[in-house]
Design a protein around this ligand. Structure first.
Ligand SMILES: [Ca+2]
Length: 173
């Protein structure tokens, strides 16, 4: 009898603790929602500003962004990687349009995430993926092994080009 009292006490205390704890979980869950909502609300104006400044576009779940700066192909790769993304690589007409938006806005060609294969005039996406979409300008690619990179013209078409030119940095995330 005497032993049961502490047990009962302990048990009810345990229930109380559980109750408090579950309440805490609910509160923290709500709190988390609140924080996330607040964060998104804080972020939204920034995204809106970036849109307004013509620095980001979105297409099919991808976000494309420019730093408005120019760089050669290899520097562009580095800058995009440092930003947590990769060089803009259009895999369909919508994505091509999203990149074209920057090319037109800043009136500057941009390098794309494509590279010539060992076979001249054959190109592939970086990472050795076969091209599933292309938008070559008339009579391009024309470099025949001399132009290993690809730039986007202001009409959205592609041209193979040497990799050491200064082009608009456009990354994807
Ligand atoms: Ca060319």
């Amino acid at each position: 009898m005497c032993e049961k009292i502490p047990y009962l006490k302990h048990s009810s205390k345990l229930k109380q603790v559980k109750h408090t704890f579950s309440k805490f979980i609910l509160i923290s869950h709500d709190y988390l929602h609140f924080i996330l909502k607040a964060k998104i609300q804080t972020l939204s104006p920034h995204l809106a500003v970036l849109h307004f400044l013509k620095m980001i576009t979105a297409s099919g779940g991808k976000i494309f962004a420019t730093s408005e700066k120019k760089a050669d192909f290899h520097t562009t790769l580095t800058k995009c990687k440092e930003a947590g993304g990769s060089i803009a690589t259009p895999r369909n007409p919508d994505e091509n349009d999203a990149i074209l938006y920057f090319v037109k806005t800043f009136n500057t060609y941009a390098y794309l995430g494509l590279k010539e294969c060992l076979i001249p005039s054959r190109f592939q996406f970086l990472g050795s993926t076969q091209l599933s979409y292309t938008n070559w300008h008339l009579n391009e690619p024309s470099g025949k092994g001399e132009e290993e990179c690809v730039e986007m013209y202001t009409d959205g078409t592609w041209n193979d080009k040497s990799c050491n030119k200064n082009r608009l940095i456009v990354c994807q995330f």
